[in-house]
Design a protein around this ligand. Structure first.
Ligand code: SF4
Length: 245
């Protein structure tokens, strides 16, 4: 079976320009938000590209991730791999253990499958609560969002308001999936082996599955829900007014 690089990497027209633009966006953000921004990494392919750009160019942008307590072992294994490869630590933010125990005891392990409300309550506890602490005191955060990832993300801009008074920096906003893998190939970027098992988008283990050839990029996330609901609240779009502000 071919690996993710063999399947996806392609040097599309404009690739070098997109890499240069992403780097320029990161440089500008590091300068504008010195000491007050970080990369919130999901440890997936796009975020590894962003981490590589940060490390390769010595940008003062620390790394942090949400350890929801429900991640795949392969995803958690990226933390020591990043340390070994780049000499960088990824700070982990987890939900309060007591609250998770209480929530699971009350709502059950499979709460996310029982209702949209149950799934959102789980995401609120395991993701949004620690995200609040991850972003505390920050004026900006860097993500690996791309417009191509889903219809919901079709409007993603390089720099946008996050709706909470911060700037969200999306250096890969205009990248194609093939660009991500071309960059990974060119720079031997370490990546989550789940991508080799047909997981394009990787989240918590219970809510992520492999996709079939031809299926949508986000088809493996919350696959039992309608398309419009398939976000966990981390990347809520600001209104145009907020973005202009
Ligand atoms: S993605 Fe699934 S397991 Fe993870 S926080 Fe959301 S509902 Fe819970």
């Amino acid at each position: 079976m071919s690996n993710a690089i063999e399947r996806n990497a392609r040097r599309l027209p404009g690739f070098d320009t997109r890499v240069a633009s992403a780097l320029a966006v990161l440089h500008q953000a590091a300068q504008a938000h010195a000491g007050q921004l970080l990369q919130a990494t999901s440890l997936g392919a796009e975020d590894m590209v962003v981490t590589d750009l940060i490390a390769r160019h010595g940008l003062a942008i620390p790394l942090a991730t949400l350890d929801t307590g429900a991640l795949h072992a392969d995803t958690l294994a990226m933390l020591p791999r990043i340390r070994q490869h780049y000499g960088l630590e990824v700070q982990r933010f987890s939900p309060p253990a007591e609250q998770v125990l209480h929530f699971v005891a009350e709502r059950g392990e499979g709460v996310m499958f029982s209702s949209l409300e149950g799934r959102k309550a789980c995401c609120a506890l395991r993701k949004l609560e620690p995200l609040g602490r991850l972003l505390a005191g920050r004026t900006a955060w860097v993500t690996g969002l791309r417009r191509e990832q889903s219809g919901e993300r079709g409007q993603v801009d390089f720099i946008e308001a996050d709706g909470q008074g911060r700037s969200k920096i999306n250096p890969l906003a205009d990248w194609a999936w093939a660009d991500v893998w071309q960059y990974i190939q060119d720079h031997a970027v370490p990546y989550n082996p789940l991508h080799d098992a047909f997981y394009p988008s990787i989240g918590c283990a219970p809510c992520t599955r492999a996709v079939a050839q031809g299926e949508d990029f986000r088809a493996g996330r919350w696959w039992w829900e309608q398309d419009g609901a398939k976000e966990c609240g981390l990347h809520v779009h600001a209104s145009p007014e907020e973005s202009r502000a």
